[in-house]
Write a protein that binds this ligand. Structure first.
Ligand SMILES: [Zn+2]
Length: 717
């Protein structure tokens, strides 16, 4: 979730449908997407199912496990060998070779890292171990959270830090309250003798529970104000769809859908994924709340909010389209005292400066958390090992490694980051940089356009550079150009990611974040088969390159030139000039030839209304070199655009005052000034009050004519 992107304003699993089989059926290729596997090779679906019903009843779980044992593990029929060979060849042919590419053989850093006993395979061992801890409980219970897995992951990282050779390795405990869903169910009530249909729901974190509510459901699109206009949601359950804006931001946060539903008197909210076929793992909390939240007790959203997969959302929507639909909804949750730990270790510097470099990121996860953030933590362990083998005389700064807990869980989020910063007030002005390691490389998938289908990009996932100075940006860029195999995004300055390292940036520390998360993150589909060992290895090289440059930077320079708006200058201290943007390094090896290609755009809602926002964002494009956020511009072809043209941005939006067909254009300009555009048409309607609306428009028109007449008459006098 990125504050800078104008964010003003994601089972009863259908157990057969949920492809946990991917972990075991691993063709290392984006085609391994569950949908594709299921559709194209149904006979190869290995039917391993979640070990848990959404409600926690032990007897149910046992029944379930019993049934699972009876299900076929692999059913391929008599042509199995022949078909397997065919699929093997197909998988090989459709997997692009270049993303497997490692740095060329002469890359000095690669050689040095391998010489330290670090390889794609050795990092994978940590990666797999952390994912195994996260998945231990199985299904919805999985995830490194305030649970047994959270404790185990902390212990694993602590041992990892010790084995890597860090000194002063310790667990720093803190005590957040623990919101926990004890039981949750959602079912469409069958009525007139028909059986209920259970849906696989997962709660959004930090909402209030409800005891077996029976509610009528109303559909509110993406929850944009115009979509609520003619709805009576009072005392009902509101179904809204969500997309992941720029992979990161659940659209209900952008559209403020949950707040609107609450204000209009809804009793419960059901959030259905519009593209990803699994429920979402996310807090209800708004970004602003998360940023400033230091309280031990989460502010609970005053009604239950449950999320659904795309297909379960479609089932519910279909029933609604067929007439009045009621659901039975149950959420039992508790708030109890919890205990979490940050894992910290150090490598002392050579004493030439008194500065520190902090390398870290969060280790809590939703579900498997393979890309978010187990891979990154595996990478951190590798970095710890690498730098501990560097002679102390060469380490120009003290390195602090920190695995922080509690980023993911809404109002309690960032507790670990806040606790970490508070303990370090004594070194506040001595920190060269906090290097945030979030996401560690994966294949890319995108919903190209508004198709509702997720397609593999057959390349590494795109990433982004976020920094608090151009000087840090330059260091990030250099590493990205060298080790990323495809386009990355460059974001403007001071665009710290509030809920990624809010309290750290908030304390004024210089921050650098190199981040990428594929579109399945925060869902049970964030599995390790979506990531190859070389992808994490290359990201590790990228991170090590950054840290090496930070170690070698002149004393004081990066601190004094930092532009973090939260930085407080000490008495007598003067800020030094930062690099200027035009001095940033350019990509020596262009990622693409020619003008930007494969432009595609997302627009919500599908049926916009007058005087109600239309929200647009880049769903995909390929372009040479690092794109600045201001290289994407928008034209909404409307009156508002004439008065206040939209600022260039990856995500944008506007409003229309007149109904009719409208054209929305997105233009992407690459670093060499080459542009490409894409135009989409939308139909804006006046909604159910169309007749009254046109009368109002006619009256306004007549009034304007009258004014003109009066002015002319006066002028001719
Ligand atoms: Zn996350």
């Amino acid at each position: 979730m990125l504050t800078t992107l104008n964010v003003s304003s994601i089972f009863m699993f259908r157990r057969k449908r949920f492809p946990t089989n991917l972990k075991d059926a691993t063709p290392l290729c984006p085609e391994a997407d569950g949908h594709v596997l299921r559709r194209r090779q149904p006979r190869f679906t290995i039917e391993l199912f979640l070990s848990r019903q959404p409600h926690n009843s032990r007897s149910n779980r046992l029944k379930e496990e019993d049934q699972m044992r009876k299900l076929p593990i692999l059913s391929v029929g008599k042509y199995s060998i022949f078909l397997m060979v065919l699929v093997g060849i197909g998988t090989f042919l459709t997997c692009p070779p270049f993303s497997h590419a490692l740095p060329d053989e002469k890359d000095a850093l690669d050689q040095s890292v391998r010489g330290s006993g670090i390889s794609p395979e050795s990092i994978r061992v940590h990666h797999q171990a952390l994912v195994d801890i996260a998945t231990k409980a199985g299904g919805f219970d999985s995830g490194i959270r305030l649970n047994e897995a959270g404790r185990e992951a902390g212990e694993y990282l602590l041992r990892g830090y010790q084995e890597a050779g860090l000194s002063n390795v310790r667990s720093e405990e803190f005590f957040p309250n623990r919101w926990w869903p004890e039981q949750y169910d959602l079912a469409i009530i069958g009525g007139s003798g028909k059986p209920d249909q259970r849906l696989n729901a997962f709660p959004l974190w930090n909402c209030e529970g409800a005891d077996h509510l029976e509610l009528e459901v109303v559909y509110a699109g993406y929850g944009i104000s115009g979509e609520f206009r003619s709805l009576d949601v009072k005392g009902k359950a509101v179904l809204i769809h969500m997309k992941r804006i720029l992979h990161f931001i659940p659209s209900y946060q952008y559209t403020k859908a949950l707040d609107t539903a609450r204000e209009k008197g809804a009793k419960a909210i059901i959030v259905a994924e519009a593209i990803v076929d699994s429920p979402t793992g996310n807090p209800v909390g708004k970004i602003g709340e998360i940023k400033n939240q230091k309280a031990q007790t989460p502010n609970l959203f005053p009604m239950p909010v449950l999320s659904l997969s795309k297909s379960d959302g479609e089932i519910l929507k279909k029933r609604l389209d067929g007439g009045a639909t009621r659901v039975r909804l149950n959420l039992k949750c508790s708030v109890t005292p919890g205990k979490a730990q940050n894992i910290v270790g150090e490598l002392p510097g050579n004493g030439k400066t008194n500065e520190y470099i902090v390398v870290g990121g969060h280790y809590d996860t939703w579900f498997d958390g393979a890309v978010d953030n187990c891979g990154a933590q595996a990478s951190v362990l590798a970095m710890a090992k690498y730098f501990s083998q560097m002679p102390q005389t060469l380490r120009n700064r003290t390195l602090i490694f920190a695995s922080l807990f509690g980023h993911e869980y809404g109002s309690n989020a960032e507790m670990g980051h806040a606790a970490f910063v508070e303990k370090r007030s004594d070194i506040q002005n001595k920190i060269t940089c906090f290097v945030n390691i979030d996401g560690a490389g994966s294949w890319g998938w995108e919903e190209k356009g508004d198709t509702g289908e997720i397609l593999p990009t057959n390349a590494d996932d795109k990433g982004g550079i976020f920094a608090t100075s151009w000087a840090l940006t330059a260091i990030g860029r250099k590493a990205v150009y060298k080790y990323a195999k495809g386009p990355w995004g460059q974001y403007p300055l001071n665009s710290y990611v509030a809920d990624l390292h809010g309290p750290i940036s908030g304390a004024g520390w210089p921050c650098l974040l190199l981040i990428s998360k594929h579109i399945y993150y925060h869902s049970p589909l964030d599995t390790i088969d979506r990531i190859t060992p070389d992808q994490v290895y290359r990201r590790t090289l990228m991170n090590i390159s950054v840290i090496t440059d930070l170690l070698e930077s002149p004393p004081g320079y990066l601190i004094n030139a930092d532009a973090n708006p939260n930085r407080k200058l000490r008495e007598g201290e003067k800020a030094q000039p930062d690099l200027t943007r035009n001095k940033l390094p350019q990509n020596p090896n262009p990622w693409t030839q020619g003008a930007p290609t494969e432009l595609s755009v997302n627009i919500i809602p599908a049926k916009p209304y007058v005087f109600s926002p239309v929200i647009t964002w880049v769903s995909y494009f390929k372009a040479d070199a690092v794109e600045m956020e201001d290289q994407v511009s928008w034209d909404f072809g409307n009156l508002l655009g004439l008065v206040k043209p939209p600022k260039p941005n990856l995500a944008s939006g506007s409003m229309y005052f007149l109904p009719g067909t409208k054209k929305i254009s997105m233009t992407v300009t690459d670093s060499q000034g080459r542009s490409s555009s894409i135009t989409r048409e939308i139909m804006v309607s006046a909604g159910q009050y169309g007749f009254i609306y046109w009368i109002a428009v006619a009256l306004v028109g007549l009034f304007c004519l009258w004014i003109i007449k009066v002015i002319r008459r006066r002028a001719t006098r």
